[in-house]
Design a binder for this molecule. Structure first.
Ligand SMILES: NC(=O)c1ccc[n+]([C@@H]2O[C@H](COP(=O)([O-])OP(=O)(O)OC[C@H]3O[C@@H](n4cnc5c(N)ncnc54)[C@H](OP(=O)(O)O)[C@@H]3O)[C@@H](O)[C@H]2O)c1
Length: 297
């Protein structure tokens, strides 16, 4: 299979590229920058879709960059890097003479309202209560293409855990120094997934005919994981104390009130349709996932 991957140069994109290549597929990243064996968004808009059997979009400006202030211009970058790239890919697919068999968009579980008690499956309502939920709605709407020549799939991902990027790359240093701990009370749900499983779900969807619609991209045990559980598991795997809480007001001061919701609140998400699609999770529980990620120095 030839697979075009928007944002294929990023944290999840690199894991997906490696996995797809190991399955014998060819991967072409779509990037802002020109480079060997990749195409740019501008080329995709001007020249249309290159021949491919699968397309994926993983492009998006890093929302939790602590060095960027949460102001209107950054908000717009966060939205445009997701919605506009998705529109470009969807348009190229819709106009292709030979459209791909499958089109996969990765969005987020921020679609579902934060709650300590509610459990969300793919059928649960959401998408219209705050900035991030509305972003997910616009992002997913931008991916829609008419007709059924191409199977359309959305994977709503939780916090992606892996060594080379995402949340762990940002938190590893304090945890290694014994300065890690829960965020605020630590009681907020922590919907997580190992990067190998997120890449695995996307590859599964590309390879299995008949899997379509929304799939939740979280580990099966994530529905019962809190931020405090995550901090304790990090401490246990790294053999360091992990008891120093990061106060909520510090998080709000660094990230701004609207954005800090991503760290101070969370959703209990069930990957119901993902499991029904017969995807076998490599890392269903947090301890084994963290052991895999943090095992070597
Ligand atoms: N990591 C997570 O925990 C997580 C959780 C839920 C959902 N997601 C979603 O999954 C996708 C991939 O996440 P990731 O962690 O792999 O992201 P990442 O490594 O931060 O970035 C992915 C790629 O997006 C492209 N990009 C960055 N800023 C951009 C901009 N302003 N305009 C256009 N393209 C831009 C970059 O590609 P080039 O530099 O090559 O252009 C980058 O390699 C994102 O859409 C993210 O929202 C991630």
């Amino acid at each position: 299979m030839r697979v075009l991957v928007g944002g294929g140069t990023g944290f999840i994109g690199r894991a997906l590229t490696q996995l797809l290549r190991s399955h014998g597929h060819e991967v072409t990243p779509v990037s802002r920058r020109p480079g060997k064996n990749q195409i740019t968004w501008d080329e995709l808009s001007r020249l249309g879709l290159p021949p491919c059997e699968g397309a994926v979009n993983l492009a998006g400006e890093n929302v939790l960059n602590p060095l960027r202030r949460w102001n209107e211009s950054f908000r717009q970058e966060v939205v445009a890097s997701r919605v506009e790239t998705t529109k470009v890919l969807a348009k190229a697919i819709a106009e292709a003479e030979h459209p791909p068999r499958t089109w996969v968009l990765v969005t987020g579980v921020g679609y579902y309202p934060p709650s300590h008690s509610a459990e969300y499956t793919e059928e649960s309502p959401g998408g219209d209560f705050d900035f991030f939920s509305r972003l997910v709605s616009h992002w997913e709407a931008a991916a829609k293409i008419p007709g059924d020549a191409t199977r359309q799939v959305v994977v709503r991902s939780g916090v992606v855990l892996g060594r080379d990027g995402g949340a762990i790359a940002q938190m590893l240093w304090p945890f290694r120094c014994g300065l890690g701990g829960p965020i605020a009370s630590g009681c907020q749900p922590f919907p997580w997934i190992h990067v190998a499983d997120l890449a695995g779900i996307v590859a599964h969807v590309l390879e299995q005919e008949g899997v379509g619609g929304i799939l939740n991209g979280v580990a099966p045990s994530a529905v019962n994981t809190t931020n405090g559980d995550f901090a304790r598991a990090m401490g246990s795997v790294l053999r360091r104390p992990a008891v120093l809480p990061l106060p909520g007001f510090v998080v709000s001061a660094i990230f701004g009130a609207e954005r800090s919701v991503m760290l101070l609140e969370g959703q209990r998400v069930v990957p119901k349709r993902t499991l029904q699609s017969n995807y076998q999770f490599a890392f269903p529980d947090l301890h084994s996932a963290l052991q895999d990620i943090l095992a070597s120095p």
